[in-house]
Design a protein around this ligand. Structure first.
Ligand code: THU
Length: 138
């Protein structure tokens, strides 16, 4: 996403903000919304979905990514994440994003008041472990 595509960035944040309204965050009371932009221009959104068995809860970013992959998408340009506190994706989500996203994937973090910060996945998860590090199957 370049300077010229700031409209797209704002649109992606708006979709993440909308997705956040659907968060099922009964335990943490920390709703998260995410919107993932594919290379082809499609957007898949996600929210966190918690569970009474806390460890089964899933983050908004992974919901968005899994929806996209289940729809046949494999190539991504950017993800916007909206939280009250400008939270960056957790370690598990960074790893899951790295399975499909390049180091250049833009991670746009925003809050409902309009604060925005942009990272790359490479910045958030340098020297990541990927399938490149797996030995050939024997
Ligand atoms: N959460 C996300 O959805 N994304 C993140 O990047 C960080 C954490 C969720 C998980 C849980 O439902 C709540 O936020 C509190 O950790």
């Amino acid at each position: 996403m370049t300077e010229g595509s700031s409209r797209k960035k704002e649109d992606l944040i708006a979709l993440a903000l909308e997705a956040r309204k659907k968060a099922y965050a009964s335990y943490s009371h920390f709703p998260v919304g995410a919107a993932l932009l594919t290379e082809s221009g499609q957007v898949y959104t996600g929210c966190n979905v918690e569970n009474a068995s806390y460890g089964l809860s899933i983050c908004a970013e992974r919901v968005a990514l899994f929806k996209a992959v289940a729809a046949g998408e494999r190539r991504f340009k950017a993800i916007a994440v909206v939280t009250e506190t400008m939270a960056t994706p957790c370690g598990s989500c960074r790893q899951v994003l790295a399975e499909f996203g390049e180091d250049e994937l833009q991670v746009i973090v925003a809050d409902p008041e309009g604060q925005v910060k942009i990272y790359t996945l490479g910045e958030l998860l340098p020297a990541s472990f990927t399938s490149k590090h797996l030995p050939p199957l024997r």
